[in-house]
Write a protein that binds this ligand. Structure first.
Ligand code: ADP
Ligand code: MG
Length: 440
């Protein structure tokens, strides 16, 4: 993509109403624009990142055996009356009346709808286990939308729903998602720590929030320090007994959000292992048994011929919130530093003298060569001064910058800068092409 033909409206001024760094950087780097309180447009650069995050989430859900579908954003109030949540949900739910005076709502979550889909066609235990998910916009009329996409009113969520015959199978489904979440966030360059959590309006017994540590996080969390370094289980951990072993170890280490915090248990940890910090909730999983299947009559026939209400769980990831969380975890004074798997482009080419034929020729050759080999390049071919180009490239935070100017080209050299480390290396354009053309 040539920057001269792209739409990248950068802001020179730091927006004064943005309180946290990720919100400021998302506005300045032209990722989002606010349309009304807590409602954003995703500009091209932000949209690319959103889709990359979504795709990682999708791949890990699919790997864990969940199946994608797509439910609508608008739901009928009738379904929510069946579970009793239409009245219970309160003002966070945006209620809408259509032209026929039918009561509708903009879905804040989908337990009722998925249970309805399930009960209409699943009748036998042989069709279980089943885990269905979608990635869809939600609306919650938050009292105080803030921190940009971190706490919006309209936001993109991945929500999965598991159906099992009995509590043992449901627990297994829960652990599968648990591990899938660790892998998902690790792929985005994030360290997430699962914490015991309150079940809130979703209800149920077992629940974990996945927290990314950040000073600006809204949640206060307490945990055993070892959890921070514990890697996500590898793909070899695939059968149920391995899963149980890994989970047993993790669950034995103290980790709780403020609501579930047990001061005595925490204080019993060795001094050096006690960690208390702020964090951002990027995912939340629940096992709630028959809370919805019972009132909504979602039953299957078991192996012995009797009907049982299915055991359910739900599993959310804040896809749009993740952009904010990643930036909170990965930035410096100059701007965003995207982890490679979620970067909007793989690298930038900076043409330092756009009206110089030789420089232009070298840039065009590299641009064509890299693009041909599948690298997604943002080529700054504009007439801006070098200083402006450097600042813009650092602000938008692509992992690599190939800096090309007449002085270097006299020695057949260009500069390759790593955005994260700041390390710079001189090499020939051919060497740069070779180096990056083999990266994907
Ligand atoms: N207002 C919001 N803005 C952005 N993301 C949100 C918002 N509310 C929830 N999320 C994301 O969706 C995930 C699932 O939501 P859930 O746990 O059901 O909501 P809550 O944490 O409000 O109880 C959360 O872990 C979070 O990452
Ligand atoms: Mg939550």
């Amino acid at each position: 993509m040539r920057l001269s033909r792209f739409y990248l409206p950068l802001l020179k001024e730091t927006p004064s109403d943005a309180e946290i760094v990720s919100h400021r950087l998302m506005l300045r780097a032209g990722l989002i624009r606010q349309m009304s309180a807590g409602i954003y447009s995703w500009l091209p650069l932000g949209h690319k990142v959103l889709r990359k995050i979504e795709q990682i989430v999708r791949e890990e859900q699919n790997r864990a055996g969940a199946i994608e579908l797509l439910m609508p954003t608008l739901q009928s109030a009738e379904l929510w009356r069946e579970s009793g949540r239409y009245d219970a949900y309160g003002k966070e739910m945006l209620r809408i009346t259509d032209r026929h005076e039918r009561e509708m709502l903009y879905g804040p979550t989908n337990e009722e709808m998925i249970t309805d889909i399930f009960r209409k066609s699943v009748k036998s235990y042989r069709q279980l286990p089943l885990n269905l998910y979608h990635i869809q916009w939600k609306f919650r009329d938050e009292v105080r939308p803030r921190f940009g996409v971190m706490r919006g009113r309209e936001f993109l969520m991945k929500d999965a729903y598991s159906f099992d015959l009995d509590p043992v199978a449901a627990r297994r489904a829960y652990f599968r998602m648990f591990v899938a979440y660790l892998r998902t966030f690790a792929r985005m360059g994030l360290k997430s720590i699962p914490m015991r959590a309150e079940t809130g309006p979703i209800g149920g017994e077992l629940s974990h929030e996945f927290i990314v540590l950040a000073e600006t996080g809204e949640s206060q969390v307490f945990c055993h320090r070892d959890l921070v370094e514990l890697p996500a289980p590898g793909e070899d951990v695939d059968n149920d007994s391995d899963l149980e072993t890994q989970m047993a170890h993790r669950l034995s280490l103290y980790a709780a959000t403020e609501d579930k915090h047990d001061e005595a248990a925490f204080n019993a940890l060795p001094e050096g292992k006690r960690m208390s910090a702020r964090g951002i909730e990027v995912g939340h999983i629940f096992n709630f048994g028959q809370k919805y299947s019972k009132p909504m009559n979602a039953k299957v026939t078991g192996p012995d011929g009797t009907d049982v209400y299915v055991e359910m769980g739900s599993y959310g990831i804040g896809v749009s919130r993740l952009l904010g969380a990643i930036i909170e975890a990965s930035h410096d004074d100059a701007g965003i530093i995207w982890p490679e798997p979620v970067a909007p482009f793989d690298l930038a080419i900076l043409n330092l003298k756009h009206d110089d034929a030789k420089t232009q020729g070298a840039c065009e050759t590299l641009y064509a060569g890299l693009t041909k080999s599948g690298i997604d390049v943002l080529y700054d071919d504009t007439a801006e001064r070098p200083g402006t180009k450097f600042a813009a490239a650092d602000l938008i935070g692509l992992p690599w910058q190939l800096i090309i100017g007449p002085r270097g080209l006299e020695k057949n050299e260009i500069e390759v800068k790593n955005r994260r480390t700041g390390a710079r290396e001189m090499m020939s354009p051919e060497a740069a092409l070779n180096r990056f053309a083999h990266k994907v």
